[in-house]
Design a protein around this ligand. Structure first.
Ligand code: PEP
Length: 248
């Protein structure tokens, strides 16, 4: 069985005190959640959010990690630094990092291996652009990311993939339940072939892209979809809680 996982990606939103307030409001609303609940917060918010989620089901995540253990990488954060603070999950290769900060399949792969080596659970984002989907290239793009981003991983039960069609992120344009299910099914099938014998069957694949309180139940009812990576709708406790409690 693959336990569903709903993760909020706050991006560059919420100061530490705002973040602590948000999770304080979230705590009672998700206390009976059947899924894993994660908030991926800005680095500087980590200590305050860690304190505020104490005693709850909410788990702590970050939004990036560097691949080196330490050294001259100004502005970066290592896996050990995150781990020491109780961070359990880390988003890697989000399309915004790929588009604005030069992230490549190679760096995504290196960051993923570093996170795993430190005992963090990477949430690795893959997905196609609108032109690629409309040009019938979705599977080709995913094949390339699948081949490059996950090299060297021995146990896929330890990672989460977020399938995020770029055209659906922050646009209010969600993939249909069927589109998301079909593409995630394709990713799983392809991964099983490319990484045979490496526990791919136990790997969870989330959908991400304008998922919200209204569409979460439909998406989560799809057999291939194991969770969601939620941007905008994770910034309000009530809205995010409704996504987390999609099965109520
Ligand atoms: C995201 O940033 O991962 C995301 C899915 O954003 P949104 O939910 O706002 O589309």
């Amino acid at each position: 069985m693959r336990k569903p996982i709903i993760a909020g990606n706050w991006k560059m939103n919420n100061t530490a005190s705002e973040g602590a307030e948000l999770v304080k409001a979230l705590k009672p609303l998700v206390k009976d959640a059947k899924c894993e609940v994660v908030v991926c917060v800005p680095f500087i918010d980590i200590p305050a959010v860690k304190k505020a989620i104490h005693g709850s089901k909410i788990r702590l995540g970050a939004q990036n990690v560097h691949f080196a253990e330490k050294g001259a990488y100004t502005g970066e954060i290592s896996a050990a630094m995150l781990k020491e603070y109780g961070v359990q999950y880390v988003i890697i290769g989000h399309s915004e990092r790929r588009a604005y900060f030069g992230e490549t399949d190679e760096t995504v792969n290196k960051r993923t291996l570093a996170a795993l080596a430190a005992g963090l659970t990477p949430i690795v984002c893959i997905g196609e652009s609108l032109e690629e989907r409309e040009g019938g290239l979705t599977e080709k793009v995913l094949d390339k990311q699948i081949a490059a981003d996950f090299q060297g991983i021995e146990d896929f039960s330890k990672i989460v993939i977020a399938y995020e069609p770029i055209w659906a992120i922050g646009t209010g344009r969600t993939a249909t339940d069927e589109q998301a299910n079909e593409t995630i099914g394709y990713i799983r099938k392809r991964m099983k072939k490319v990484y045979a014998g490496k526990n791919v069957g136990r790997m969870r694949i989330q959908y991400g892209g304008s998922m919200n309180a209204k569409n979460a139940a439909g998406l989560m009812a799809q057999p291939e979809i194991d969770g969601g990576l939620i941007g905008g709708a994770s910034l309000k406790a009530e809205e995010f809680a409704k996504v987390v409690n999609y099965n109520k």
